[in-house]
Design a protein around this ligand. Structure first.
Ligand code: B1M
Length: 216
């Protein structure tokens, strides 16, 4: 029974169907399935599949966006249940993420935020066009382990460096790791500005974030 439900969950993500994903999440709760298991065995394989197909050029941007929406719909149903059951979902660390000032591209950043959340991080998504000071303020407020910045424009990627400098000025840099990404961002750029991590996609971002928190 669970296997069939897990398969349907994965399929709802592949189909990019938020209503089906939310319904299946509710069914899992009714059936007494551990919500974490539903995320990890049901929905995550769906989003992994879409990510792989996207990398191969066999699925496209709308598929990614819809998969992200479907994933969010499922998580929105399951997260309160996780909290209700008492134990907080085990968190690997706290991430503050946003798209840098002057930049309103949010699709990739939101995918990264969703994947980090699904991957076990507590994520504070500041949205788009985030002022430099806001990253610093939020990182301090929530005692962030990682500050993640997305930039899609060559004109805005320089803000990533500004935020790193602002974290330094605020005395937070020693305890906050920085991860950067976005279409024009490269590993070389990440090194040049002194970021700790870089990923070219949302799935890789989770692996990088895990490495950053385990490196201490
Ligand atoms: Co804009 N845009 N856009 N745009 N747009 C690009 C980025 C561009 C490359 C298109 C082009 O000319 N070929 C170009 C930038 C050129 C440059 O600077 N080199 C461009 C431009 C010029 C502009 C405007 C200036 C256009 C104008 O108004 N004249 C304007 C700027 C607005 C602004 O931000 N101030 C603009 C506006 C827009 C829309 C609003 C119309 C729309 C955004 C809608 C939205 O986000 N809600 C839009 C779109 C859709 C694009 C393209 C077509 C697609 C971006 C996207 O969503 N990609 C884009 C061309 C392209 O990239 N092919 C383009 C899919 C998404 C899943 O990928 O965001 O790269 P991406 O995220 C990936 C990875 O980069 C990585 O993981 C994600 C998932 O795998 N990643 C991270 C991202 N952030 C990460 C953070 C991490 C780790 C990994 O750690 C923290």
């Amino acid at each position: 029974m669970s296997d069939a439900l897990f398969q349907s969950m994965a399929q709802s993500i592949i189909d990019g169907d938020p209503d089906a994903a939310a319904d299946l999440a509710r069914k899992a709760i009714e059936a007494g399935i551990d919500p974490l298991e539903a995320i990890n065995k049901g929905f995550v394989p769906g989003v992994d599949y879409v990510g792989e197909q996207y990398s191969k050029g066999e699925m496209f941007l709308p598929d990614l966006v819809l998969a992200g929406e479907a994933m969010k719909a499922a998580i929105a149903v399951l997260e309160p249940e996780i909290a209700r059951q008492g134990g907080q979902r085990q968190t690997l660390g706290t991430v503050v993420i946003g798209t840098v000032e002057g930049d309103i591209h949010d699709i990739g950043k939101t995918l990264v935020a969703t994947m980090l959340s699904v991957g076990g991080f507590r994520v504070y998504d500041l949205g788009v066009d985030v002022p430099i000071a806001k990253f610093v303020e939020k990182a301090r407020e929530v005692n962030a382990d990682i500050v993640g910045m997305s930039a899609l424009l060559t004109t805005t990627m320089v803000r990533q460096r500004d935020v790193i400098e602002a974290l330094e000025d605020a005395g937070l840099r020693a305890r906050v790791k920085v991860m950067v990404g976005g279409a024009p961002v490269t590993r070389a750029w990440a090194q040049e500005i002194g970021a700790d991590g870089y990923s070219e996609d949302a799935i890789g971002a989770v692996a990088v974030a895990k490495q950053l928190v385990s490196a201490g």
